[in-house]
Design a protein around this ligand. Structure first.
Ligand SMILES: Cc1cc2nc3c(=O)[nH]c(=O)nc-3n(C[C@H](O)[C@H](O)[C@H](O)COP(=O)(O)OP(=O)(O)OC[C@H]3O[C@@H](n4cnc5c(N)ncnc54)[C@H](O)[C@@H]3O)c2cc1C
Length: 380
């Protein structure tokens, strides 16, 4: 397993339960990548009808059932989401989306504009529409990653941090190429199968294996306020956020995404940009995020920000994760490309990978997520 983020950790957890001998190799610390950069929302509300929504509902069932016994460890909170629209046009789009989602089994409840303050007393007045999504939830992503790895280790997995993967050893015959070992900064590790769970760096790992995988980093900032008395009850965001997650636009996208935490701090997002792995703070982006949040919660004016942080979402050009075996190199699997939903989708992804690797039927069809859609082989 390459990568000890939420996805790699979840794969390690489910694979050890299937009896696989698992070795997780991570160049930094546990959750050193994207998995320490997000709010940890497990959302169904922001998914349009299609395979990603199905994967979100499948994952949601795992969080609530199979993994319920561990919920306290990773601070699982079924807080619900509230999506709001400030204009009549955005309101119509939001209601249409909710109606489509209901047909796919999502619990999406229209809220009359004058009843929105029953859900969020401090939200601005005069909203055009709102929808309440009781199934939206949240976990603490670093605790999630650490505990999944601890549980995997207890079932026999080995986790090596501070070990950089640098290449692959491939056995080639006239019919096929097969990976037989992974080269690392600490030596060569023989393997029968290897999962590329390197998040936004998954494209680089694929290139090392001689295959093309167009996963790119999509930067996002989060603002963190000083601890406040309970102010915001749900995950609250503007309906435009859904369009932003699906957007092909390469420039900056900002939409208001706000929520409280158990510690009292308020997390404020969100931005999306293609700027490579550039980490430097961008004041214009932080300002744009803050003003979008103030539009929805004027009461936040004057609140002190403790800090901001940036992270990189593993962006896939067709907005679908890449999950499954790579037909171009036997033994290589990918579990990546979840963009802004990799915490929520980690467990569903991992359970499906474990079933496929064990040669069992999978609970969901993996075809829409197949790496085969990116067929070109990178030049040697
Ligand atoms: C601002 C922001 C907000 C977000 N909010 C949410 C949210 O609310 N809900 C949600 O579900 N998702 C959210 N996300 C997205 C989520 O964080 C990612 O989809 C998820 O963390 C991806 O997990 P991962 O395990 O695939 O990748 P990562 O966590 O990035 O793990 C990959 C690991 O691979 C390691 N690695 C890379 N190259 C090598 C190498 N050569 N050798 C060894 N190790 C290597 C890295 O060090 C890294 O630790 C957000 C992201 C951002 C940036």
């Amino acid at each position: 397993m390459i990568g000890a983020g939420a996805v790699g950790a979840a794969c390690a957890y489910f694979l050890t339960r299937k009896g696989f001998a698992v070795h997780v190799v991570e160049r930094g610390a546990v959750a050193a990548g994207s998995s320490s950069a997000g709010e940890g929302n497990l959302l169904v509300s922001d998914k349009v009808s299609g395979p990603e929504l199905e994967l979100a509902l499948y994952s949601r069932a795992l969080w609530e059932q199979e993994l319920a016994q561990y919920g306290e460890l990773w601070e699982f909170e079924s807080k619900g989401g509230l999506v709001v629209a400030t204009s009549a046009q955005a309101g119509r789009a939001l209601r249409t989306l909710a109606a489509e989602q209901r047909q796919r089994g999502v619990d999406a409840r229209d809220v009359e504009p004058d009843a929105v303050t029953d859900h969020e007393p401090h939200i601005r007045r005069g909203l055009a529409a709102a929808v309440h999504y009781p199934q939206d939830a949240q976990v603490q992503p670093m605790l999630l990653t650490a505990h999944l790895l601890r549980l995997a280790r207890a079932a026999g997995a080995v986790v090596s941090t501070g070990v950089n993967v640098t290449g692959f050893e491939v056995q080639a015959s006239t019919e096929s190429r097969r990976v037989v070992a992974v080269q690392t900064s600490q030596g060569t590790l023989a393997c029968e199968q290897v999962i590329n769970a390197a998040g936004p760096w998954a494209g680089e790992i694929a290139t090392m294996a001689g295959v093309d995988l167009p996963i790119r980093p999509r930067r996002g900032f989060v603002l963190v306020t000083e601890p406040l008395p309970p102010t915001i009850n749900h995950k609250v965001y503007a309906g435009e956020y859904v369009a932003s997650t699906q957007s092909e636009h390469l420039g900056l996208e900002v939409s208001a995404v706000i929520e409280g935490t158990k510690a009292g701090t308020i997390l404020i997002g969100s931005s999306r940009e293609h700027v490579g792995f550039e980490r430097r703070v961008s004041l214009p982006v932080l300002r744009a995020i803050a003003s979008a949040a103030l539009e929805l919660f004027p009461r936040l004016a004057g609140v002190t920000l403790l800090r901001s942080y940036a992270g990189f979402r593993p962006y896939s050009p067709d907005h679908l994760p890449v999950v499954g075996p790579d037909t171009r190199l036997k033994g290589l699997w990918h579990a990546t490309g979840h963009e802004g939903a990799g915490i929520g989708l980690s467990v569903g992804t991992a359970k499906l990978i474990s079933q496929a690797m064990a040669g069992e039927g999978t609970d969901m069809d993996l075809a829409p997520f197949s790496p085969a859609r990116f067929e070109a082989v990178a030049p040697a």
